[in-house]
Design a protein around this ligand. Sequence first.
Ligand code: GLY
Length: 349
Amino acid sequence: MKTVRVNASSSYDVIIGKGILDSLGEKLQSAVGACRLCLVTDDVVDSLYSKKATASLEAAGYSYEKFVIANGEASKNTANLIALLEFLAEKRFTRKDCIIALGGGVVGDLAGFAAGVFLRGIRFVQVPTTLLAAVDSSVGGKTAVDLVAGKNLAGVFHQPSLVLCDVSTLDTLEPRIFSDGCAEVIKYAVINDRPMFDRLGCGIKNNVEEIIADCVTHKAEIVAKDEFDNGCRQLLNLGHTVGHAIELCSNLKISHGSAVAIGTVLVTKMAVALGICPEEDLYLIEDMLKTEGLPTRCDFSAEELAALATADKKRSGDTITLIVPYGIGNCKPLKISVNELVSYIKKGL
Ligand code: GLY
């Protein structure tokens, strides 16, 4: 078992280990103490892991309510957010109480947002059950729902009180969902850790507990420096600005991880064309993503992608910031004008 401490506006542990869902109730006793709990999950995770989670909560003396959404990105919407808030109010949850987000990024983002705004903020705990949520979305306090105009356009920063990651839950993931998380793992290595990139060559699945701890350690360092995403945290958006546009162009048929993989290759190819990144690194990144079962190209035009990328949160006035690799382990922000975006994307297609 490994524990990584996140020091943000509030500090908390990320506990990573095999079979630790059984100890959820016990870990909550020290992280949040006595309170009522609302377990938020999706229908797929509910059938797999709610029983184990709630048995542990009951053994530790907790009472709980359960709120279940449909599995999938389409559930990360304002209707479900309002339904969850109404549920919390109807069940008379108070400021002392706590939400448990048991599931992937959709559950974590939605439940975290509800925790951030219900009664102006109650506590919540992340229990990620996908690789993507384990290495990225469960840590750092970004919460959100999607709006019609774009992904994650409404949300709050709200740090969890604890993240408990049972790596055994990854065993039941469909290969394509595991691959989605691999895109985020590879992202951390490309951003600032070439030795980690080299280690990933042994296969992410083969060493997953250690790899999750490495990613979370990187994220904790970044969040400690820039919790509110005004500086170095933006590096974590590698592949995401174009990636979000790819997800939207595909009507969410292309998953987040696949879109990030394509977006990462696109900005790396762009960096090679600009003469700032060695071509060899592009091939290494592309090969690593393919080995982990991810796509690296899409058929959308630069015009289609630019139109949707400009709705992204990373736009500021007439400029947009892309995160660009100068080589594996060395990424930097590149601020360009919105008008130039089409020609930049063309370089990466
Ligand atoms: N997922 C990017 C971040 O947490 O900043």
